[in-house]
Design a protein around this ligand. Sequence first.
Ligand code: GSH
Length: 207
Amino acid sequence: MKILGRISSINVRKVLWTADELGLAYTREDWGLPLRDPKVPDFLALNPNAQVPVLVEEGGFVLWESHAIMRYLSARGGVHRLMPPGAHEAAIADQWLTWGATELNPAWSYAFSALVRHAPGHDDPAAIETSRQRWTARMQLLDDRLAATGAYAGGAEFTLADITLGLSVHRWFGTPMERPALPHIDAYYARLQSRPAARAWLDPAVP
Ligand SMILES: N[C@@H](CCC(=O)N[C@@H](CS)C(=O)NCC(=O)O)C(=O)O
């Protein structure tokens, strides 16, 4: 299978980390600005959103949206290998996976774009501070959750939720700004970094 997307994209790294946790063989092609413009007909035929990641299987099956790809790869072969087997436990892990994408990530988007990417249009100090505070509030909530589970977001076992959340935690530590001490987040980050499949995708050189 082929995974299309640049590794500086957190959404691409979600899929790469998932594939590595599952021990899947794949090749990767750099797509996405500034490396390779996805707004070209060949790419748009695969994903009309002109966004990475895109999965292309040998049989011609094509899939976009990082979480759809993660769930598909995990469930390939009939059993969800990176989600718990019980219905309630799986739903709770999915809750945290969805929360990561819809609540946590939008909170840090402005601060990260400003302070790490120095992206044009992200230079308003008040907006940076608002984003930092929203991000901090959500990280405190995640810290409380990790205090309760003592291990991972869904519970005792590593799940897809920890891939999405782990990459956000990586950006939390990679963004130069004031951060409160969150000891359960510290321990979680160390726990994730010790996973062989995670190491390449939590590289401090690639925030
Ligand atoms: N909801 C999509 C978002 C994908 C997305 O925002 N991708 C960004 C990179 S993180 C992108 O393709 N930007 C255009 C580019 O890199 O040229 C997903 O989760 O896959």
